[in-house]
Design a protein around this ligand. Structure first.
Ligand code: DX5
Ligand code: ZN
Length: 219
């Protein structure tokens, strides 16, 4: 049974204070930092890129769980790896050759994540699961924080967990989008062991990050 980890999304942080915001997350008990990179092309929103990640790197020793919602993604993998990403998660629809992109992330000695949008089927990646360290299941359509959780993706998590057991693999299952105190238990029970959360971590309980992280961990 994998430990439950919380990866708070800085998309909901105060972008004018990102350095101190990630320090607050670390002090609040975050297990890693979820960095949402958006290019205004793969998703209808634009956030940050390698220079910001490089600048943030020295402010935290936590793993940077970098979610690349950008396309084309392959030619930018090196830049995010060199900027300080520890986990690089890409969307299959954003690369011409998913296996090549997975290989490139590994060549840069980073953990490989692949993200499935709510409509994207597991079939798309099933033959590559043995090369993947983390599957990120989107429970919203990517692009914005604060969206409504889509419970139908829980079935995908249950199916993925069964496949992992059948193939005797060990990848992490991360869920991302609309995670809050009402749905975190069903996400964990379905098989997610890493929960991404932006709005709930930063905005609930008057912004008490430590309390919010512990509540999401069912503590
Ligand atoms: C959405 C991002 C998510 C989002 C989560 O495209 O990938 O990480 O920021 O934010 P909340 O927890 O507010 O839904
Ligand atoms: Zn994300």
């Amino acid at each position: 049974m994998k430990n439950i980890q919380i990866s708070p999304s800085i998309l909901s942080a105060d972008f004018s204070q990102l350095g101190s915001e990630i320090k607050r997350l670390e002090e609040g008990g975050a297990d890693m930092i979820h960095v949402d990179v958006m290019d205004g092309h793969f998703v209808p929103n634009l956030t940050i890129g390698p220079p910001v990640i490089k600048a943030l790197r020295k402010h935290s020793s936590l793993k940077f769980d970098v979610h690349l919602m950008i396309s084309p993604v392959h030619k930018y993998i090196d830049a995010y790896a060199d900027a300080g990403a520890d986990i690089i998660t890409i969307h299959p629809e954003a690369t011409e050759n998913l296996e090549n992109s997975i290989k490139r992330i590994k060549e840069k000695n980073k953990k490989v994540g692949v993200s499935l949008n709510p409509e994207t089927k597991i079939d798309l990646i099933i033959d590559l699961l043995d090369q993947i360290d983390l599957v990120l299941i989107m429970s919203v359509n990517p692009g914005f924080g604060g969206q409504k959780f889509m419970p139908e993706v829980l079935d995908k998590i249950k199916e993925l967990k069964k496949i992992r057991e059948r193939k005797k693999l060990d990848f992490d299952i991360e869920i991302d989008g609309g995670i809050n105190f009402d749905n975190c238990k069903s996400a964990i029970d379905a098989g997610a062991n890493i929960l991404v959360s932006g709005t709930t971590v930063f905005k609930s309980n008057d912004g008490d990050i430590k309390k919010n992280i512990n509540l999401l961990k069912l503590k």
